[in-house]
Ligand binder design. Structure first.
Ligand code: PNS
Length: 159
């Protein structure tokens, strides 16, 4: 069996924490599909195309595919022939929502397992929303995101 894992999210934008999780997922999956959600409840800072393009620039690995998806994650995972969903767990506060999602996805797609991955300790405080906020007010995010993402944030907030 060659496990394929889907790593879904909003990625608005991708952070070093996400990159770390992709690397860790590659230690147990042969292929990782980074799945960028089209329909996210919040109004995104970056368009779907921008989010996909930034991930492709930051994660250049032949075993990683970056795709967008609309609708249910469970349907996307099944159509992609994947058997794993990878989600990051940074703190206890993430747990309740993640637990609910994992059980709902199991109901919708039995046989697909959600795997929780803990990021590197020095990245556990990181989130896309914090990165957006720091960048919005001109703070230095160079250690928190890939240079392509840093430049994209600068362009967004210089307008
Ligand atoms: O990065 P996020 O915002 O935490 O990602 C959440 C995401 C996109 C993975 C989740 O909202 C999702 O799976 N959306 C697709 C619609 C869906 O399947 N909803 C039911 C989830 S149980």
């Amino acid at each position: 069996m060659t496990p394929v894992a889907v790593f879904p999210g909003s990625f608005d934008p991708l952070t070093r924490g996400h990159e770390d999780l992709v690397r860790r997922a590659l230690s147990f999956a042969d292929k990782v599909i980074v799945a960028v959600a089209v329909n996210i409840t919040k109004q995104p800072l970056f368009t779907l195309d921008e989010r996909v393009s930034l991930i492709r620039q930051a994660v250049a690995d032949p075993r990683v595919e970056v795709r967008s998806f609309d609708g249910l994650l469970a349907d996307f995972v099944r159509a992609a022939g994947a058997t794993l969903i990878v989600r990051g767990l940074r703190a206890v506060s993430d747990f309740e929502y993640e637990f609910q999602m994992a059980l709902m996805n199991r109901t919708l797609a039995p046989g697909v397992e959600t795997v929780f991955v803990v990021p590197a300790f020095d990245l556990t405080y990181l989130s896309s929303s914090l990165v957006r906020e720091v960048a919005r007010f001109g703070g230095d995010v160079s250690r928190l995101v890939h240079p392509a993402v840093e430049q994209a944030l600068k362009r967004k907030f210089s307008k």
